[in-house]
Design a protein. Structure first.
Length: 369
């Protein structure tokens, strides 16, 4: 027995090591701030406009004027809403989560249709299969809805109204979740058809076309769901996307020449960079290193949402943020200057969300070589 014991221990340790090595790391999540744990601003109260949600939830925005809700330790829910059950569930992970109204426009509820929107860390790759998971919980005593869906857009959606976004979702829940205050996992797979960049969750049907189940008790005539831990990931085999075009690759710098960088994305109404912005910022850094004696001016532009003076100051702060990022990467500050023109020099219409997204840009002007 003494001679067998070391051999048995060896077998046991090898088996345990084999189990450990076979556990694969989870696939990379393309959704930043998936659990709504990070804030751009202090979440100190309840929100009544989409701009409020966009200001507070880091990387997340409301694509309409209606406001999704953030729940967390520092959020104070009005008594009239907490009395009917809002915010009674605990976060699935961490301490924060979001909530959206998905039904009730015909019942007179304000903000009857809400959505959450986020820019992915990289665009979808056409032909690539993706997996999606999201934790959902139903607000008890509210209407149960089975039409919650997932849709993707190639540009950020910014609707000024509270109306439903009527689209054909890529994935749909297609079932009624139990109304017991517990979290349930919504999963699905799809093959990307376009190189979309923005993920949106909500009900993309009218109330009339939505499949609903009224609660057995209670008098809430609208449907409301909580969301947490949103994940989007690639499913092997992985398709390698073509390299992203670099605006700077074919730019031959000359004094006075200007090149537009349209993929330096900022947080909503702030100077913080979105994760995707780092790609073009790195390209700009490499470009400046290629011409080590060149002096450039970083010029910021905005859309026309907000006052003229506010937008000018925002564009100046954003151009300064680019300068500060480059200096931290080692570019000499004396080679850089910054300015901002706000909304006074649009390159597209401000009447559409696509046009406004094109007007929010950074330009590089060559001062000297």
């Amino acid at each position: 027995m003494k001679t067998l014991l070391p051999f048995l221990l060896l077998l046991i340790s090898l088996h345990a090591a084999g189990q450990s090595s076979s556990q694969k790391a989870p696939p990379e999540n393309l959704v930043p701030n998936p659990g709504f744990e990070e804030y751009s601003d202090e979440p100190s109260g309840w929100y009544y406009s989409g701009k409020d949600f966009s200001r507070v939830a880091m990387f997340w925005t409301s694509p309409t004027a209606a406001s999704p809700d953030i729940y967390g330790p520092k959020v104070e829910i009005p008594k009239s809403w907490s009395a009917v059950g809002f915010g009674k569930v605990k976060a699935y992970q961490g301490s924060s989560y979001a909530g959206i109204t998905v039904y009730g426009c015909d019942k007179g509820k304000p903000h009857c249709r809400e959505y959450v929107q986020v820019q992915l860390t990289e665009p979808l790759v056409p032909g690539q299969r993706y997996g999606f998971t999201c934790m959902l919980a139903h607000l008890q005593k509210s209407v149960m809805v089975r039409n919650i869906g997932l849709w993707f857009s190639e540009h950020e959606i910014e609707e000024g109204a509270h109306d439903p976004i009527l689209k054909n979702p890529i994935l749909s829940l297609d079932k009624f979740l139990p109304s017991d205050g517990k979290w349930y996992r919504w999963t699905g797979q799809f093959v990307a058809e376009k190189s979309s960049s923005f993920l949106i969750i909500g009900n993309f049907k009218t109330d009339e076309d939505s499949q609903v189940k009224m609660p057995f008790r209670g008098d809430l005539r609208y449907g409301y769901y909580y969301l947490d831990e949103v994940r989007l990931f690639k499913i092997p085999p992985i398709i390698i996307p073509p390299p992203m075009d670099s605006t700077l690759a074919n730019f031959i710098p000359k004094p006075g020449e200007i090149v537009t960088l349209s993929r330096i994305y900022f947080e909503h109404d702030r100077t913080d960079f979105m994760p995707r912005a780092l790609i073009q910022l790195d390209q700009l850094w490499a470009f400046l290193n290629k011409y080590p004696t060149m002096h450039v001016e970083i010029i910021g532009h905005t859309d026309n949402v907000g006052s003229t003076e506010y937008n000018k100051q925002l564009s100046i702060r954003r151009s300064e943020a680019v300068v500060n990022w480059l200096v931290k990467k080692g570019v000499k500050k004396e080679r850089l200057s910054s300015s901002g023109f706000g909304s006074t020099q649009p390159i597209s219409t401000n009447f559409t969300s696509l046009g406004r997204s094109q007007n929010r840009r950074v330009e590089i002007k060559v001062i000297s070589m």
